[in-house]
Every structure is written in C-alpha cells, then in structure tokens.
Design a binder for this molecule. Structure first.
Ligand SMILES: [Zn+2]
Length: 436
C-alpha cells in the first residue's frame, strides 16, 4: 500500500513538473501572440452561444434557486415591475409551471446590456440536459429544450494488479466503468476473484453535454477480458429495435446473461446462505437447515423476479410473511419471503427484473431481508451452486447479422495494446477482494 502511495505521489510530482514546463512554454507563446495582436485595431468579441442565445448580446447573470425563491421573487430582485412579472407568469403558465423551481438548481438571467440591466430572458435548468426558457424581450413565450449531447467513443486497456476499480482509477477512469463491466460479465467472471495479471480492454462511449460538460459513461460497446489466460469477449447488440432490447453476446453469439438474475435485490450483504447444517442459537443451537439465501436490504427496496415466469402464489403465512412464488418452467421455481408488500397477483406473467414486491420484515424474521428460495425439479437447492441455463440465444435470423456486425469491432478490440506490466505490487499475492 505504502509503495503505491509513493508511486502515485511521484507521478503527481511529475505531472506538476510537466504542467510547469507547459506553463513556461505558454508564457512565451502568449508574449508572441500579444505582439502580433497589437497590429489589430479592434478585436471582435467571439460569439458564445448557449441555450440558443448569443451571450455577448446580454449581461449574463448566473445563480442557483435559493430557499424562498420563486420566479416573481427573482424578477423583483432584478428590478422587474410587478405588472410585467404577472403578465409573464400568466403567459408562460401553459408550457412551464414557474412555481416548480427546485432549490439548488441553476438558472441564468439574460439582461439588457445597458445601465438598466433589465431582465430579458429567464433560463432554468431542472437537470444537466434540459432547460426551460422564458423569453420576454419582445413577446412572451416559454419553451423547454435540450442541450446538444455528444457521444465520444473511447478505448481503455489495463492489467489487474489488485482489482478492476483500481486499475481504472490509475488511468483516471470512473469506477462506473468497473460496475458496468462486472454487470456484463456477471455470469462469466467473478470480479471479486480476479487474478493478478488478468487483462482487459474496453470500447465505451462517454457522454458530453454542450460539447464540453462531461456527463459520465454512457455505454460499453465491446469488451475483452483475459481471466486466468482465458479470453472472454462481449459485444453489445440490439436484438429488438421496437422494444429497445440490448444484450451482450460473445464472439460465437452466445448470450452472456443467464436466464436468472444472481440476486432478487440490490443487497447490502448476504446475511445467511443456503446451509443444510446451520445451527441457530435461538433454537438451542440445534441444526436447523436454511434452504434459502437471505439478502439483507433496506425496507422498501424493490424485489425483482430473477427470471421470466408465472406467479403461482402471492400470499401471507405466519412464517413466510408476505411472499411470492414464481414458476419459471417445468424445472425451476423461485420464492421471495418477508415482503413489506407484494406487487403481483397469482396467475400474472412476469419478466426477469420486474418488481414483484418490496423488502420488509413480515413473518418470522429479525431484520429486513429477502429470503430467496430456489427450486429445481421440486427440490430446494442452492442457486449459487447451480449451473443455470443461458438466457435466450440470438435468433437464427439475427445471428448472421450479428457476426457481421462484430467483425470490425473485434478487430478494433484485438489491436488495442494491452498495458505494459504494472510496476505496482498487488495488495496481496493472488486472490484479491473487490474494492467497491
Ligand atoms: Zn431465509
């Protein structure tokens, strides 16, 4: 750990040094530029466009909505008369509810470029992408719009020294990419047991608002993972345009996802695993088998169907509390106990990921969790020990199209240079736990 810190520090010093060099360089250039500029009589200000306005035509005032702020209060603060404010509010009402200003959200006022600095336009940004314009410089009109969004394709490669988040962090890339990767490979690679020397390459897209504001990683287009010297490819492919269904498949068009989700909730921890020899103090330390897996999660966390199927029970018993049982096919059924409330009825068809209820602590339980039970051929088994069926394969009609589509992407992945061997020692020798 200590060595890593020193290395990082060393690297930082280098960056500072390089920046200083660059700065000196810039100074020189600036001087030269200034001399050149002298000959030009008047420099036209460069047009700066935002929200569809040339900002140079106005005095621009930016602020955020504060407690007690309303459209009227802000306008009054900027010396707009009440009759006018009322008139604007009336006219804008149909396209924008000016009462719905959220504290902390940014707004921009475009004001006249004279001594009066009279407000001409109010722009409110409920989120990074959308904005609302109330324009009252001539006639009054209000409308909603969106900032232009740009997607930029990027590549990254790395070698695992301890875990994938750290490998990406060393390159200044968000851990979100690690999350997305672990999601794609959930059924193929156990990201908590990566090996030192495992390699990865990713082609992904970054999202930018207004050309320059970074808005996070949008999507992983393709990935390659070398785990224990075995290659694992993943390509994103749309299988149903109408429904917008997108899945990841390998180089042979095999779906990387399984027919079952690994867990029915986003859980904090597994509080109890399937264990036929569990001893419980509560019952005099006798063996009481636990045939479910307990996922601890906050009350109200959505519980999801782990696979497509038909709800065969949505009921209450003293032990189970509110529970749901789903029959997936003639082989598999699952059950979800201790719900706060069910969200489905018996007979209903549910798809993988559908919310079937919410975490609670009804029935015989000491804390909020889902007891997840898994049946195979009528017997309760440990889902973590099952080789579960694959999700629906790509249709034959799409397979040729898919293989064609991935050909150039696979080449692109293959030629991404793998990182050089890492200089940093891993935190421990071979098996390293997840950091996130
Ligand atoms: Zn349980």
């Amino acid at each position: 750990m200590e060595r890593k810190r020193i290395t990082t520090l060393g690297r930082r010093c280098l960056i500072v040094f390089a920046a200083a060099l660059l700065f000196v360089g810039c100074k020189e250039e600036e001087k030269q530029q200034r001399e050149e500029v002298k000959e030009v009589a008047v420099l036209e200000p460069k047009d700066i466009y935002e929200f569809g306005f040339n900002l140079n035509d106005y005095i621009v005032k930016r602020d955020t909505i504060r407690s007690g702020d309303s459209f009227g209060v802000i306008m009054e603060r900027n010396r707009l008369g009440y009759p006018k404010i009322f008139q604007i509010a009336e006219k804008a009402r149909d396209s924008f509810d000016i009462r719905k200003l959220q504290i902390g959200k940014p707004y921009t006022l475009l004001c006249s470029k004279d001594t009066l600095q009279e407000p001409k336009c109010f722009i409110y940004q409920p989120n990074k992408e959308e904005y609302v314009v109330v324009n009252f410089q001539d006639s009054i009109h209000a409308y909603k719009s969106r900032k232009p969004i740009k997607y930029v394709e990027k590549e990254v490669s790395g070698v695992i020294t301890s875990n994938i988040s750290e490998a990406l962090d060393d390159k200044g890339i968000s851990f979100i990419l690690a999350y997305k990767m672990s999601d794609i490979y959930a059924w193929t690679i156990d990201f908590s047991r990566l090996q030192k020397g495992d390699k990865f390459k990713v082609i992904y897209t970054d999202k930018y608002i207004d050309d320059s504001i970074y808005a996070g990683i949008a999507d992983i287009k393709a990935a390659y993972f070398e785990h224990r010297n075995e290659p694992f490819y993943a390509f994103e492919f749309e299988t149903d345009k109408e429904k917008g269904l997108v899945d990841y498949f390998n180089e042979e068009a095999k779906n990387l996802r399984r027919a079952f989700l690994k867990a029915p909730v986003e859980y904090k921890r597994i509080s109890s695993r399937y264990n036929l020899r569990r001893r419980i103090a509560l019952y005099g330390n006798r063996i009481r088998p636990h045939k479910g897996t307990d996922f601890a999660a906050d009350i109200g966390t959505p519980i999801r169907a782990t696979a497509n199927g038909t709800v065969i029970k949505s009921a209450y018993t003293r032990g189970n509390g509110n529970y749901v049982k789903i029959k997936h096919n003639s082989t598999y059924s699952t059950q979800y106990l201790h719900m706060k409330k069910q969200n489905v009825k018996a007979g209903q068809y549910v798809k993988q990921g559908d919310v079937i209820g919410w975490v609670g602590m009804t029935g015989n339980t000491s804390g909020p969790h889902v007891c997840y039970r898994f049946w195979k051929n009528g017997k309760q088994v440990d889902p973590f020990k099952q080789k579960l069926p694959e999700a629906e394969p790509i249709s034959d009609s799409l397979k040729a199209k898919y293989l064609d589509y991935i050909k150039p992407i696979k080449v692109q992945l293959d030629i991404i240079e793998s990182d050089v061997e890492p200089l940093i020692e891993p935190a421990s020798e071979n098996l390293i736990t997840q950091a996130y």
